[in-house]
Design a protein around this ligand. Structure first.
Ligand code: PHE
Length: 373
């Protein structure tokens, strides 16, 4: 990655309690789907790059080969994520060790690029988050970060204060981007919160009868500029999820498809072309239920990771279908329904049963506190 060789044993350390990177995630590092020019994520990235080049005449520097293994400082502290913020928990983020994580957003590179002297940049890369399993969530996905710095001359020439100037430019730039990607659509700006921007917004567009969240953005917190060599300037930043947009633009129904090496998927996309995915034969799902007493080691993210560790991309969804509390014993049991489905072939009963036994054993091993369900 970025010209660096990564050793599995440095990243997946079963002996380090501060490490929670499973093999299934480690094997995704370095695949760089966003750098494949005939892949929907690469096609989308290049289209956004073209938009910026046309609008800003090549002023924005592009980075798409930065290592996803970053310091806790870069991922959280440098972008002012509070010490007690939920995103820092081991339940939400992949830790390589207590000081190193798999970046959970491309904002991890804001401070570093500022310190290197950049004032206009786009950073695209794979990001990693522990999460539930369903058609739109996968532990690895791709983001693009945008960042622009303004000087006093810029906002004085416009006759407004710095924050207003940055905010106006941000909105105009991103409305232009949304129009480029989605055509003339209804858009709305929703106020939100990010630790690294103020004010902060989400852009939503009305597309295919629904409001779709396109990106998060805002005017950069002054402290980030001050601490990284740009005191006296004002900036904007945005971050967008490439899968979320590509699923809509290319009609891709399941986020796992982006990782498919099946010719029937990869063969459908060509650089520079925005085509609609035609689903090849849909294989039937197979449902299996599992119920167990939950212990304090339990979280839904942990469960999803255990299931993914056994069944990999054959898991389509894990949903809670029933909950039962034994008040006397002070115990709660959960029943989850696991949907298994391959994008590429029909699964046999035997292999699903084997997987389910494997999942059952792994769940018992991981969460049990001596209770049998
Ligand atoms: N990092 C934010 C996220 O992952 C997105 C964002 C980037 C928001 C830059 C504001 C500015 O959700």
């Amino acid at each position: 990655v970025g010209g660096v060789t990564i050793n599995r044993d440095d990243i997946v350390r079963e002996d380090d309690p501060a490490n929670n990177v499973p093999d299934s995630v480690f094997t995704k590092i370095g695949l760089q789907l966003h750098n494949r020019e005939n892949h929907p994520l690469g096609i989308l990235k290049n289209e956004i790059h073209s938009y910026f080049d046309e609008r800003f005449g090549g002023e924005f520097k592009k980075f798409d080969d930065l290592s996803p293994i970053v310091s806790v400082k870069a991922n959280f502290d440098d972008v002012l994520v509070p010490a007690d913020h939920v995103s820092r928990r081991m339940n939400d983020t992949y830790y390589v060790n207590s000081e190193t994580v798999l970046r959970c957003h491309t904002s991890a590179h804001q401070a570093e690029k500022l310190r290197e002297g950049h004032t206009h940049f786009l950073v695209t890369g794979d990001v990693y988050r522990r999460d539930a399993i369903d058609a739109t969530h996968y532990p690895v996905f791709h983001q693009m970060e945008g960042f622009r710095v303004f000087t006093k001359e810029d906002w004085e020439a416009a006759g407004v204060d710095g924050t207003t100037h940055a905010s106006n430019d941000l909105k105009a730039t991103l409305e232009g981007l949304a129009e480029r990607l989605f055509g003339k659509v209804e858009m709305r700006w929703v106020d939100t919160y990010f630790p690294f921007t103020d004010p902060s917004y989400e852009l939503e567009i009305f597309y295919q009868d629904k409001w779709l969240e396109v990106l998060g953005c805002g005017v950069v917190e002054q402290e980030i500029l001050n601490k990284n060599g740009r005191a006296g300037t004002v900036g904007w930043a945005f971050g967008l999820g490439l899968e979320r947009l590509a699923m809509v633009l290319f009609s891709i129904p399941d986020i796992r498809l982006f990782w498919s090496s099946d010719q029937r998927f990869t063969g459908q996309f060509k650089a520079g072309q925005r085509t609609k995915f035609k689903s090849f034969s849909k294989f039937p799902p197979c449902y299996k239920d599992i119920s167990f007493w939950i212990s304090d080691k339990f979280s839904e993210n942990n469960l999803c990771e255990v299931v993914r560790g056994i069944a990999g991309d054959l898991v389509e969804e894990v949903v809670l279908i029933d909950e039962f509390e034994n008040k006397k014993k002070g115990l709660t049991s959960h029943c989850y329904r696991i949907a298994y489905r391959s994008m590429e072939r029909s699964l046999t009963d035997e292999e699903i049963n084997d997987l389910q036994v494997g999942v059952w054993i792994a769940v018992e091993y991981t969460f049990s506190r001596g209770n049998r369900s």
